[in-house]
Design a binder for this molecule. Structure first.
Ligand code: SF4
Length: 354
C-alpha cells in the first residue's frame, strides 16, 4: 500500500494491519500528513462540529509516592517544590473556573497519600453539590477497584490515567520495579467497568521508544476503547535520571493525533500542554490534526510554577485560565469555537451514569 491507500483505509475502516500502521508512521511526510489531517478533521466535525471543549485543570498536590524516571515530581527529586491544596483552596479554584465558563474540572496530583479516600470523595461531592452541571475528572494515579468505586459514587465522572507505553519491557525502562504495565492496565479496565469515561494515552518519543512500541500503543488503545486519549511528547526534566535524554518534538505527536482521530472518531482528544510547551502553535496544530479538547490551568498562581512534570511547562500567558479570551480568539482564528459545556464522550453524559 502507499500512503494514500493507507490513509483511505484507515478513514474507511478505523484500522490498518500492524505492518501498514507502522509504515504509515515511518513514511510520513508533509503531503501524507496533510492528507491525514484533512480526513481527521472530517471525522472530528462529523462528531463534534467545530466545537472545542475546555477542561479546567487544578493541580492540587505536587507530592508523589512514585519514582517514574521521566517525571519532575518523582519522590527522589529533592529539588521539587512540594505543595498540597486544602479542600477550600480547591473549591475556590473550581468556583473561579465555573465563573469563567468551565463545565469540566480536572483534579490532578501526584500519588499523594496524605489525602484520605474519604477526603477525595468529599472534595468531589462538594464540587458536584455546588456546581451540579460541572463534570469532575480525577487524575490521581493507580488505585484499587474499591477506591475508584468510592470516588465514582461520590460523583466523579471521568478518570485520566495515561498508560505511557503498552510494552511491558519498555514500561520497565521508564519506571521503577514497583510499577508495572500489568497493574496500569488493570486500573484502566477497572475504571471502565465502574462506568467512568476513561482516558489513557502514551508518551511520544519517550526514551528507548521504538516505532513498534508506538504501534503497540495504538493497538492497545483499540482494545481498551477509551473515551479520552491524552498524548504528548516526552520533555526531559533536569532533576530526573532522564535529564540528558533528547526531548520529543511536536511533529510525530501531531501525526499520531491524526491517526487516533481516524481510529477513534468519537474520542475526546486533547491538544496537550506538553504539545503547547514544545511548540508555540502546538495546540492549534493539534486541533487541526483532529484534537478537540484544551486544558487550561486553574491552579492558584502561587503554585503553578511548582507542578513541574517536565522542564519549561507552560503555566502562564495563554495557559492561564484568566487568558481564556485569548484561547477563544486563537481557536476562532483556526475556525473553531470554544463551548462552555461539559463536553462528555458521546453516549456517556450524566443521563447514562450507572
Ligand atoms: S508520573 Fe505521576 S506517578 Fe509518576 S512520579 Fe510523576 S506524578 Fe508520580
Amino acid at each position: 500500500m502507499n500512503q494514500k491507500e493507507r490513509i483511505e483505509q484507515l478513514f474507511e475502516t478505523g484500522i490498518l494491519p500492524k505492518e501498514e500502521m507502522r509504515a504509515l508512521i515511518e513514511e510520513r511526510d508533509e503531503e501524507s500528513s496533510e492528507e491525514l489531517f484533512v480526513k481527521a478533521r472530517i471525522r472530528k466535525e462529523e462528531n463534534f462540529g467545530k466545537d472545542i471543549y475546555l477542561r479546567g485543570l487544578i493541580e492540587f498536590s505536587s507530592y508523589c509516592r512514585n519514582d517514574c524516571f521521566y517525571c519532575g515530581l518523582r519522590r527522589s527529586n529533592t529539588k521539587a517544590q512540594r505543595y498540597h491544596l486544602s479542600k477550600e483552596d480547591i473549591l475556590t479554584c473550581a468556583r473561579q473556573g465555573y465563573a469563567l465558563g468551565f463545565r469540566t474540572i480536572v483534579l490532578q496530583s501526584g500519588e499523594d497519600l496524605s489525602y484520605s479516600d474519604e477526603e477525595i470523595a468529599d472534595i468531589v461531592r462538594s464540587i458536584k453539590k455546588e456546581m451540579p452541571e460541572t463534570a469532575v475528572t480525577l487524575s490521581i494515579g493507580e488505585k484499587t477497584y474499591e477506591q475508584y468505586l468510592l470516588y465514582y459514587k461520590a460523583g466523579a465522572d471521568r478518570y485520566l490515567l495515561r498508560h505511557e507505553t503498552a510494552d511491558p519491557v519498555h514500561y520497565a525502562k521508564l519506571h521503577p520495579s514497583d510499577l508495572s504495565f500489568e497493574n496500569r492496565k488493570r486500573c484502566l479496565y477497572d475504571l471502565k467497568k465502574i462506568g467512568y469515561q476513561v482516558g489513557a494515552g502514551m508518551m511520544v518519543e519517550a526514551p528507548f521508544q521504538t516505532l513498534d512500541n508506538l504501534v503497540e500503543d495504538l493497538f492497545f488503545l483499540k482494545e481498551l476503547q477509551p473515551h479520552m486519549i491524552g498524548t504528548g511528547p516526552f520533555i526531559a526534566h533536569k532533576d530526573t535520571p532522564f535529564k540528558d535524554m533528547p526531548s520529543g518534538g511536536s511533529e510525530l505527536t501531531i501525526f499520531l493525533l491524526g491517526i487516533l482521530r481516524l481510529m477513534f472518531p468519537k474520542v475526546l482528544l486533547p491538544a496537550t500542554t506538553a504539545l503547547g510547551t514544545i511548540d508555540p502553535y502546538g495546540r492549534e496544530k493539534g486541533i487541526m490534526a483532529g484534537a478537540n479538547v484544551i486544558m487550561p490551568n486553574l491552579s492558584p498562581k502561587n503554585v503553578r510554577g511548582k507542578y513541574m512534570l517536565y522542564d519549561g511547562k507552560i503555566s502562564t500567558g495563554e495557559e492561564a485560565a484568566e487568558s481564556i479570551e485569548k484561547i477563544r480568539k486563537r481557536m476562532e482564528a483556526i475556525g473553531c469555537h470554544v463551548k462552555n459545556v461539559r463536553g462528555d464522550a458521546p453516549g456517556m453524559g450524566p443521563e447514562n451514569r450507572q
